[in-house]
Design a protein around this ligand. Sequence first.
Ligand code: 13P
Length: 247
Amino acid sequence: MSNELNLSARDNCKIIVANWKMNGSETLLKDFATFSPSKGNDVIICVPFTLLDSAKEILPNFIKIGAQNCSEEDKGAFTGEISASMLRERGVTHVIIGHSERRKLFSETNSIISKKVETVLKNELTPIVCIGETRSEKKANKTFQVLEKQIDGSIKNLGSHIGLIVAYEPIWAIGSGLVPSDNEIKETHLHIKEKLSQFFTTYIPVLYGGSANSENCSKITSIENVDGLLVGGASLKKQDFLAICNC
Ligand code: 13P
């Protein structure tokens, strides 16, 4: 079972998302002011909250601006938090939700992530929901089981017709220089898409993330069922990210 489900990418157009994490500055944004890829891929740059306004002002218009997190609450006494409606007001279109660093370092559970996804959708923004297994889960052959649990817990009960992006980021591949084999990526993306197709009637793009760079990007994006990339470290270097956006 595979392509009968119409699981392949649309129109050869890829979605390339930069996750700047807690990096970047006005100076870096200015460096990207003349960013001009020759390919028509969708480009989204997710900057820290403090750079959202400058990103909107400085980056070329074709680049969509994303945030890296938001509160699951709408408003109220939640010191230090930022709501999805606040992000919308700032011109944000996408929000990364449930990145493994947030799951691990900030104790975000599937249930918190599912509330965040709901509030992002309610505010008509697109959540980019991250899922992925640890090295020990992979070694124990539990990758599919872990991913299914994350999908069940964080994005299952949302209605069948929604705009959502999923990013498969094996935790062991993030920042390590390690990348799964082509076949592992292919099989895992197919598995994710088959699982998603049980719940959603809309097309849900599935991105790959984890040590994607200017050298491996073309190979990874040519793998069946890979709709684009979520890029950390390499998105902070203009020339590298340009090469990735042209893949
Ligand atoms: P790297 O591309 O630095 O491995 O980071 C991936 C990531 O975590 C993107 O969200």
